[in-house]
Design a protein around this ligand. Structure first.
Ligand code: HEC
Ligand code: HEC
Ligand code: HEC
Ligand code: HEC
Length: 350
């Protein structure tokens, strides 16, 4: 009798311990969230926030340079985007860019030191397009980035290549199993929080513009493709969005109904614009750079690196915890007039 009781007790302790391994250690913080009366609360782990603090600290901005004096377009030979800056402002931005993208290599990461004007390094050609992309984000996507905006640092954070990028997955590699195309399922990938959901929900939703839905709006069949499989793609993307922002589903949804917009926190609308912005960046800026990047920068299917939510957010609900870094770089906030007229500069092909 006694041994049985001991056995039962140890079994109970063991199962409790197993149950709790999935939990985070208290204490937790909680903040009221969502509209009044919806009773929505976000639980935040202060230790996760603290661990992320270093990665999310904005660097110091250099003091502003005088705006007078000759323009960069008059001083230099091959300035296609930043010509309207004074040469002091131009140099300040170059020094800042070097510290954001190539702190180890410095100017020569993009320049031939013997001739700063030539475009012989692909990195310089890419950087020019990135300057235009940053201006476009800040000027035309305020529904998402508000007046917080972005700089090169938001994505790069001192790295040549941003830490968080994605490539298309080859979902039918040679030797795939008898199911054939598994839609990238049952291959737990960090991109979808190590779940067995389709591990590339980005190609259809953040490059293509497939509907992000679980339920159809028309009765079957009528071209209604909404199936469990389609829903799994949607959940794959949602898992990425939650993980990228370090939040739970309830940051954007009122779980009373995931599809209804009524009673949802305003963050869901911000996220909706974010999805459109990311599609725009991938199709208008990154993909057209395909011929510019060298082979070793391409993915396994030969595509360019692309942006998703984690590229900017990196685990924070607002990148750099909302530090308004862009205001110190007014030249990255607006699209210069000449550029709007020409629409965009031709991207050099290698
Ligand atoms: C991340 C890439 C990158 C880095 C790093 C960089 N530059 Fe540049 N630089 C560019 C781009 C792009 C242009 C062209 C801008 C344009 O077309 O408006 C440019 C243009 C220039 C020009 C004008 C040359 C001419 O005659 O047309 C000078 C001078 C210059 N950079 C100096 C520097 C210095 C000094 C540093 C280091 C402190 C530096 N750059 C670091 C990308 C970079
Ligand atoms: C929205 C995110 C984002 C912003 C903002 C951004 N970049 Fe990038 N950048 C990327 C991605 C994605 C790549 C592709 C990664 C790769 O090189 O494979 C990239 C690549 C580059 C490269 C090529 C690096 C290499 O070694 O291949 C340079 C240079 C660069 N960016 C410069 C800049 C500059 C300068 C700015 C600011 C004016 C900037 N970027 C802003 C996302 C961003
Ligand atoms: C950062 C905000 C955000 C987070 C976090 C988020 N969602 Fe979403 N969710 C959205 C947006 C925006 C849409 C609509 C997308 C569109 O229409 O382009 C959506 C759509 C959906 C849909 C489709 C609804 C329909 O109309 O069929 C489901 C289901 C869903 N989310 C579930 C989840 C789940 C489960 C989680 C947590 C794992 C989650 N979401 C996390 C913003 C979010
Ligand atoms: C180019 C960088 C960038 C990318 C990519 C990006 N965001 Fe954001 N996002 C921002 C900035 C900057 C803010 C802060 C805006 C502000 O201060 O209100 C923000 C704010 C948000 C907010 C509001 C947070 C809050 O607490 O109010 C949500 C939600 C959000 N982003 C979701 C997304 C989702 C989902 C994606 C991917 C589909 C995404 N973002 C991609 C830059 C980005």
């Amino acid at each position: 009798m006694k041994t049985l009781r001991i056995k039962l007790l140890s079994l109970l302790t063991l199962s409790l311990a197993l149950l709790l391994t999935g939990c985070e250690r208290p204490p937790m913080d909680s903040v009221q969230h969502g509209y009044r009366g919806t009773g929505m609360v976000q639980v935040i782990n202060p230790r996760t926030v603290e661990a992320q603090a270093d990665n999310n600290a904005a660097p110091f901005a250099l003091p502003q340079a005088p705006a007078d004096g000759p323009k960069a377009s008059q001083v230099y030979k091959n300035v296609q985007v930043l010509g309207g800056l004074s040469s002091g402002q131009f140099t300040r931005l170059m020094v800042s860019m070097a510290s954001w993208i190539a702190p180890k290599e410095g100017c020569i990461y993009c320049h031939n030191p013997a001739n700063f004007a030539e475009d012989s390094k692909y990195t310089k050609v890419v950087a020019r397009r990135m300057i235009q992309m940053t201006q476009h984000i800040n000027a035309d996507w305020t529904q998402h980035v508000a007046d917080t905006g972005v700089t090169c640092y938001t994505c790069h954070r001192g790295n040549n290549i941003p830490k968080e990028i994605w490539f298309k997955r080859d979902s039918t590699p040679a030797g795939a199993n008898f199911i054939g195309d598994k839609s990238g399922q049952n291959e737990p990938a960090p991109s979808v929080g190590l779940s067995s959901l389709p591990n590339d929900p980005f190609t259809p939703f953040l490059l293509g513009a497939e509907g992000i839905r679980v339920g159809g709006v028309t009765a079957l069949p009528n071209g209604n493709r909404h199936s469990i499989k389609q829903a799994e793609w949607t959940y794959g993307l949602m898992t990425h969005m939650s993980a990228s922002l370090g939040v739970n589903c309830t940051y954007c949804h009122n779980t009373r109904s995931f599809s209804s917009w009524e009673g949802n926190p305003p963050q869901r609308a911000t996220a909706w614009y974010g999805i459109r912005m990311v599609r725009d960046l991938n199709t208008q800026y990154l993909e057209p750079l395909l011929g510019t990047f060298p082979h070793e920068r391409l993915g396994e299917t030969g595509d360019v690196a692309k942006v998703y939510c984690a590229t900017c957010h990196q685990g924070a609900n607002k990148p750099l915890y909302g530090a308004k870094m862009a205001k110190d770089y007014p030249e990255l906030q607006t699209v210069p007039a000449v550029q709007t007229a020409e629409k965009s500069i031709k991207v050099a092909k290698r």
